[in-house]
Structures are given as structure tokens and as C-alpha cells.
Design a protein around this ligand. Structure first.
Ligand code: GRF
Length: 202
């Protein structure tokens, strides 16, 4: 772990987000108390995204990307500079390029708002997922936190958590239940991974 005597050793995290960023906020809040990790960089592909306000409020650097720069080797080099313990996809819709997967193998995780393998794959994000779950009259839904490989939503599952879906629940109501699960389990799963798989700090 290097020579960090007397200083708290904190894991740098890179968060990828392109939406409102409530999960990013949950991760920031959790680790501002726990002091085991910090958000070193937020990668975003949407200049209008709410997550950018969160980044500026917390003075977290942002890397804005477009489809071209995302795939360039220079982007991998930017990520490497932060020596991240984990790359965390928190509401990020683009498929991660192979060069990034290869450089950070076993260190990329995603959160999906359903119980994979159901309701996963291309096009299954946000309210599309919740609408489909409610339309299918499912009795439960939940979240899946999983490793990322080169296919959508197909890496090994780390954690799933369930919630009940009542006949009167609307997709919007289900979305609220799912966000509550996410905000609780995502930071704690990150903490667990940092400890459990012994990710070391350079
Ligand atoms: C979450 O529901 C997450 O599961 C999905 O995208 C959503 C992002 O929400 N991948 P937010 O931007 O964190 O509020």
C-alpha cells in the first residue's frame, strides 16, 4: 500500500454518468463520511447533464467526452493518470470501448435498475426498464451491480437487491423504490469491493 503513514489512504474513483447524478451524489456523500475513497474524476457525455452541477458543487474535475474522444487512446491515458481503484458507471449509457475494458479489467462496475438478466441489454435504461417491468405485471424488481465487460449488462453479478412491486405501483413509483435501493447499496458495494478484492493503491 505504499508509504502513507499518518495519512488516511483513500481510493480514487472515476465515476461515469450522463444523467441527473443522484447515484453520484450518493457515492460522494457516503465517502465524505467514510473517508475510504473519493471521486477523483467524473466522465460525462452530456454537457447538459445534472451531474455536472454536482461536480462543480463538490469541485470534482470533469472529463466531457463525445463518441470520438471516448474511443481514443488519449482517453485511456487520461483515466490512467488518476490511478483509479475502480471505474464506476452510474447512469452512463454508452458501451465502454474495448481499450478501456482491457486497461481496467476487473475494475469496472455498473449499476442496472432491474434484476438482470431480465430487463437488460441495449435500449433498456431508465424509465424504459420500469415501464417494461410494470407492463409485465412482475411481482418484484430490483437492482443489479455487476462487473462490466465488452457486452451490455453481461458481466458477472456482484450484488442484487429486490423490492416488491405492488399492483397499484406506477413505473414512476417503481423508479423511486429503485433509486432508494441504489443509493443504499451502490456506495456500500464499492466499499466492499475495495476491501474484498484487495484493490491496492499505487
Ligand atoms: C440509475 O437508475 C441507474 O441504475 C441507471 O441509470 C440511473 C441513473 O440515475 N444505470 P441517476 O442519474 O444516478 O439519478
Amino acid at each position: 500500500m505504499g508509504n502513507h503513514i499518518g495519512k488516511p489512504v483513500m481510493h480514487p474513483l472515476i465515476l461515469f454518468a450522463s444523467g441527473r447524478g443522484s447515484n453520484v451524489q450518493a457515492v460522494i456523500d457516503y465517502f465524505s463520511k467514510e473517508q475510504k475513497a473519493f471521486v477523483a474524476l467524473i466522465v460525462c457525455n452530456n454537457p447538459e447533464a445534472g451531474v455536472l452541477e454536482i461536480a462543480s458543487r463538490h469541485q470534482i474535475p470533469v472529463q466531457l467526452i463525445d463518441r470520438k474522444s471516448f474511443k481514443e487512446e488519449a482517453f485511456v491515458e487520461v483515466l490512467k493518470q488518476y490511478k483509479p481503484s475502480l471505474l464506476v458507471l452510474a447512469g452512463f449509457l454508452w458501451k465502454v470501448p474495448e481499450s478501456v475494458v482491457a486497461s481496467f479489467s476487473g475494475k469496472i462496475i455498473n449499476i442496472h435498475p432491474a434484476l438482470l438478466p431480465k430487463y437488460g441489454g441495449k435500449g433498456m435504461y431508465g424509465m424504459h426498464v420500469h415501464n417494461a417491468v410494470v407492463a409485465a405485471n412482475e411481482k418484484e424488481s430490483g437492482i443489479t451491480i455487476h462487473f462490466v465487460n465488452e457486452h451490455y449488462d453481461e458481466g458477472a453479478t456482484i450484488v442484487q437487491a429486490q423490492c416488491k412491486l405492488l399492483p397499484e405501483d406506477s413505473p414512476e413509483h417503481l423508479a423511486e423504490k429503485i433509486h432508494k435501493l441504489e443509493h443504499y447499496f451502490f456506495p456500500r458495494t464499492i466499499e466492499f469491493l475495495l476491501k474484498e478484492i484487495n484493490i491496492d493503491i499505487d
